[in-house]
Design a protein around this ligand. Structure first.
Ligand code: SF4
Length: 340
């Protein structure tokens, strides 16, 4: 119990930030803030901390403790505060965000919170960070569908595309279940960005497991991957497992997955050719010297030359997309500004 309370205090210290910063996951590991120097574009709002799962490679449950949720009233107040400061996007973060509310007397947990945040009708949009596969329920998808202020972007950690390795990892689903979750999201939100965390080189990952994982990932409608190479975390069960891989093998498998990611990104851009999206403009110029921005579906794009319209940083615009010259940056033609 004492441990639980101290974890809650630890989490509390992290929850309210005077000057919130965009978390690394929004920028694929880039640390820089979005927007103009000093401008307020994207902020993070931590809603949950800790985790009740027992993944064999992860140290978080032993250092952060059980899942604890921030009080919904505080979250709503913080969202209003961030909107008053001029932020245009809030990323709702946590260690296992989908567990939000399970420790509170808060019906429907995350789904109810989404509903309440949307009902505030603030001049900003919200982005959910990663959601463990089992927390992506029909109720959650229903409420996201009914809440246009929530970005059409889902990050669902997979960790491995072979059920035998998932079992060794202590993950509580098999690949069939993961596939079903992604297919359900894709069927409801065909232009949504869907990303996955993927680990290579877990102890016991043989060539056969890696190849089946690669084929599985390639078969899904994912738009990007976060590829991690397994490294030992002292005190975790995985360190004591047989079959640790040499650095070269891990490097080669990581390279193959990065290649696959490049293909998934290009395919996503091709699927979105001519589609309309909502883009939050940032001040950072792209390779052609024009402003870039982040679309609701997590696609980054550079604006085309525009004679009549002049989008500026921190504004939301309806844009029409076209594939760019690489998988990282699409092209966006400004159509109309979204007031707010
Ligand atoms: S990997 Fe994620 S779900 Fe698994 S124990 Fe760590 S924080 Fe929890």
């Amino acid at each position: 119990m004492q441990r639980h309370l101290s974890d809650r205090r630890l989490a509390g210290e992290l929850w309210v930030a005077e000057t919130p910063r965009t978390s690394a996951f929004l920028g694929h590991g880039h640390k820089e803030r979005s927007g103009t120097e000093g401008a307020r574009t994207r902020a993070t709002l931590k809603i949950q901390d800790g985790c009740n799962e027992k993944c064999t490679y992860c140290i978080i449950p032993s250092v952060r403790g059980m899942s604890v949720s921030r009080e919904p009233a505080e979250i709503l107040a913080e969202a209003r505060h961030l909107a008053s400061l001029g932020y245009r996007e809030i990323a709702l973060t946590g260690v296992n965000t989908g567990c939000f509310g399970h420790d509170l007397d808060h019906d429907e947990g995350l789904a109810a919170l989404i509903d309440e945040l949307h009902a505030l009708d603030l001049p900003l949009r919200y982005r959910l960070n990663s959601l463990e596969p089992r927390t992506v329920t029909e109720t959650l998808l229903d409420v996201i569908e009914a809440s246009p202020s929530f970005c059409r972007h889902f990050h669902v950690p997979m960790q491995h595309g072979d059920s035998r390795i998932l079992k060794r990892m202590g993950r509580t689903y098999e690949t069939d279940f993961y596939c079903e979750v992604v297919e359900r999201i894709h069927a409801r939100f065909p232009t949504a960005g869907i990303g996955a965390d993927l680990m290579v080189g877990f102890p016991g990952e043989e060539e056969e497991h890696f190849e089946s994982s690669h084929a599985f990932v390639a078969s899904l409608p994912l738009s990007y991957l976060h590829v991690f190479t397994y490294s030992e975390r002292e005190g975790t069960p995985a360190t004591r497992m047989q079959g640790h891989l040499d650095a070269r093998t891990k490097q080669e498998r990581s390279r193959r997955l990065h290649q696959l990611e490049e293909r998934l990104r290009r395919d996503f851009q091709s699927r979105l050719d001519s589609q309309e999206e909502v883009m939050l403009v940032e001040s950072k110029p792209g390779p052609a010297g024009r402003l870039t921005g982040l679309c609701s579906n997590y696609l980054r794009a550079e604006l085309t030359e525009c004679i009549d319209l002049s989008p500026r940083a921190n504004e939301c615009w309806r844009v029409q997309l076209a594939p760019g010259s690489d998988g990282r940056l699409a092209i966006a033609q400004a159509l109309s500004q979204i007031p707010g």
